[in-house]
Write a protein that binds this ligand. Sequence first.
Ligand code: GSH
Length: 373
Amino acid sequence: MQSSPSCLSSTFLRVVNNQRRLKRLSNRIPFSIQPFSISAAVVAAATTFNNPPLKMQPIKLYTANTPNGEKVSILCEELKALGKLDYEVHAIDIMKNIQKEDWFLKINPNGRIPAIVDPNNNDFSVMESAAILLYLEKKFDDDHAFSWPSTDAKGDDYRSEVLQWIFFAHGGTGPMQGQANHFRMQAVGESKNVIPYAIKRYRDETLRLYSVYEKHLEGRDWLVGEGKGKYSIADMNAFPWVLWHKFAGIKDEEVGPNVTRWLRNNLDRPAVQKGLRIPSETELLKKILNEVSPAALPTHSHTARALLLFMFLSHTLDFSLFSFLLLPPSLPPLPPQLGKKFSMVESARLDAGAPETVMDPQRTSHFLPTLCI
Ligand SMILES: N[C@@H](CCC(=O)N[C@@H](CS)C(=O)NCC(=O)O)C(=O)O
């Protein structure tokens, strides 16, 4: 996304107009709150420059409220917050097998969500959540907000580390935890004799993989980068899976203190909060957020709300950028496309319990589809 001269001049005009409006406004406000207007001016200018009018058609995101879906909606929200990406959400009801329909198989021959179509690139389609992250990062994170440029002394090394953690999660955490979920919550009927072994096998392996994160995150905030690290697509790729750990029968206290801190770091980000609620906020998600990390939901101080109101009234900012501040700690449920069906896997089973508790004699089908891997 290159800045054209006309784009630059319109950006300049927006800044000038914003400054004029601010000046008019600051003449009318008491001196005691002038510092607010100065800081608002700085933010306004920065925001205007950071958020030029987008010259792109929205990316089409086909998704559902699952870990693999959420990693992509989180990056979309992060890029959207920076004014780098516009996207439209197409909710796919995986319980109705919409993802197996012919039209969808043309987008993703694997018949699974997530998938994207980029109308800015001849409707190029991308399947596989990690490949989608890499595509979006390459195309739209041109300022390297979530990555490192090759021109940095250690840029290529960090790039390699990002790929290492992405492969680790995509080949390890997702598939192992996905099987743990499957055997713990979905495999029923005649297969029940093999289930305890399978449940233990995949749960243990998932825990082992978590212990790798736990050790690596000692003294770090993020998976990759100098010192405590920098938030990157490596974190976005792994976070939703670890957030859903109870599905695999893993208790909060088994996750490890460093991983728990890292989960909170992710949850503290407004774009993560938004991305998790794409395509809708399900009862299951609410349960995960409330039970897994009760302290991690955003709370907004009166000062923050007052500042937001001030900025809004002054019409100097792109309001949508800050709209998250107005969100109540727990969003009211949106019409669930998927929520009801998804809670079919009984959110009660989120309470990590003994394998026997998952046997359901009422179920007659041999195997339900594996939801996520
Ligand atoms: N490796 C794939 C896995 C995708 C996947 O497992 N998708 C699940 C939801 S998380 C799905 O579409 N399940 C429905 C089905 O299996 O038909 C990715 O990372 O995108």
